[in-house]
Design a protein around this ligand. Structure first.
Ligand code: AMP
Length: 480
């Protein structure tokens, strides 16, 4: 009997997996440019981490957590989000006892929520995000939003809508919650069961109810802006004026409250409808939190963070063909073709040499016709085929065929390694992958050495000067 994957999960493989890795590499690289450090908290935590951290009134805690008792009768939960676990990690490891705050970290990994699967909504999905903890300056909010915006533009997503709102400080929200309870009191019997429980637990959450009848009632509800303290208003104005001066477009959205209970002051979300008209829901969101560190037994420090849903980001990039639909699962440089049984071992030895030089190589394991092996090489997207048969072994030769141009050369085995390096360097000059026009960090290796070199004017470079030590041409003095 065939066993299928669990509902709401999805298998990621081949070109799709490469797309995920590329997107995550760009996100990580930019977070590191902003001096954020990687953290890898465990996937399972004591359930208490999320009940206390995310909050009992959130849908996530009330309905969506994968919670179970382990064999020691402990209640554990698969993380439904990262922030609470990261704050637990920071407090437990005493990372916040330092003068150098904010502590800035980034993360990347799977999260689990028992939600109704639909377009862009899974039960296991991947999040990349950041937290900056221990600094309350509006400049810290700005840096975090700027980081998210830089990631999106570096990915090629130019027309993202940034929605932003001010939830105010604790005192502002206490007054506002009361005003909302007064307003919804008589309307409550007509509202959905979720809103009825939100009324007691956290009436702010009623504002982002998706039920159309409830949305009509929300329209005339009191506005949070009328309850904000002067200090909070001023803080928010500083942030929006910084965003304006940096040319970062945003929309103010009074009803944006976000689904997790811990938020206060600034909250924001990123929205984008793909060229195909698909709206996968928010591609990311975040905000400031004031009580979380204290809740976990740490000092009274506030933090701010955001997370992107990788599934939604990749879907948009694919819809808009920013990531081509046919990127290979493996970026294969060489496909080694042994002709005849005797050549099999030599073929593997050749592949090993190529790999040690830092290039990818695969070997055909099957004893099939030459034409069929070439077909496989093409199908795998290899740049070159290496052909080795009994005759070549006896003559200490190897045949290398450029699979794009069909040009074929025969080289002596002792020159083989040099030739491989030469070919791959030539190949890097011919890069036509298009991906560097906008962002240099696609990870394709082809520009690692030469991109910034002014001295060689590109194509004709044979000065070897990038190898570093032996350079005598003077042209890289500055770059060293
Ligand atoms: P949240 O932690 O709820 O603020 O979610 C942050 C981001 O994770 C969202 O903006 C989405 O991009 C993504 N996300 C949230 N829930 C799901 C889900 N069930 N499936 C896929 N992506 C999700």
């Amino acid at each position: 009997m065939e066993i299928n994957n669990v509902k709401g999960t999805h298998d990621i493989f081949g070109g799709e997996a490469s797309a995920y890795s590329q997107v995550e590499a760009i996100m990580k690289n930019i977070a590191e440019l902003f001096a954020f450090m990687e953290v890898r908290p465990p996937v399972i935590e004591h359930s208490e981490v999320f009940v206390r951290g995310v909050g009992e009134s959130s849908d996530v805690v009330r309905k969506e957590m994968y919670t179970f008792l382990d064999k020691g009768n402990r209640s554990l939960t698969l993380r439904p989000e990262f922030t609470a676990g990261i704050i637990r990690l920071m407090v437990q490891n005493k990372l916040l006892i330092t003068n150098e705050l904010p502590l800035k970290v980034y993360y990347d990994g799977p999260v689990f929520r028992y939600e109704r699967p639909q377009l862009g909504r899974y039960r296991q999905f991947n999040q990349f995000g950041v937290e900056a903890v221990g600094n309350n300056s509006p400049l810290c909010d700005l840096e975090v939003i700027l980081l998210a915006y830089t990631i999106l533009t570096s990915l090629g997503l130019e027309n993202v809508t940034i929605k932003i709102n001010n939830l105010g400080d604790e005192n502002s929200r206490v007054a506002y919650r009361q005003a909302l309870r007064d307003y919804f009191k008589d309307l409550l019997p007509k509202m959905c069961p979720d809103c009825q429980s939100r009324y007691e637990l956290n009436p702010l959450r009623i504002l982002d109810c998706k039920v159309p009848e409830d949305q009509k009632l929300v329209k005339d509800a009191p506005k949070l802006s009328a309850y904000l303290s002067e200090a909070s208003k001023k803080r928010f104005e500083t942030i929006t004026s910084y965003l304006t001066s940096l040319g970062i477009p945003f929309e103010l959205d009074d009803n944006l409250v976000r689904g997790l209970d811990y938020y206060s002051e600034t909250v924001f979300e990123f929205h984008y409808t793909s060229g195909k008209g698909n709206d996968y829901g928010a591609i990311g969101g975040g905000g400031r939190y004031d009580k979380l560190v204290k809740e976990f037994g740490g000092p009274e420090l506030s933090g701010i963070g955001f997370s992107f849903g990788i599934e939604r980001v990749v879907s948009i990039l694919r819809d808009d063909e920013i990531i081509p639909s046919d990127i290979p699962g493996v970026d294969l440089a060489f496909y080694v073709i042994p002709v005849g049984e005797k050549a099999q071992f030599t073929a593997h030895a050749i592949a090993t040499n190529i790999r040690l030089l830092g290039y990818s190589a695969d070997v055909c394991f099957d004893d099939i016709k030459l034409a069929a092996m070439f077909k496989r090489a093409d199908k795998k997207g290899a740049k070159y085929a290496i052909i080795i048969g009994e005759e070549e072994i006896n003559n200490h030769k190897v045949i290398i065929k450029n699979l794009a141009t069909k040009e074929q050369i025969e080289v002596d085995q002792e020159d083989f390694e040099n030739k491989i390096v030469e070919l791959m360097e030539e190949h890097s000059h011919d890069c036509s992958c298009g991906c560097h026009d906008d962002h240099g960090d696609c990870g394709c290796e082809c520009h690692d050495d030469h991109e910034e070199c002014d001295c060689c004017e590109g194509e004709d470079c044979d000065c070897d000067c990038h190898d570093g030590e032996e350079c005598s041409c003077g042209c890289h003095e500055e770059k060293k």
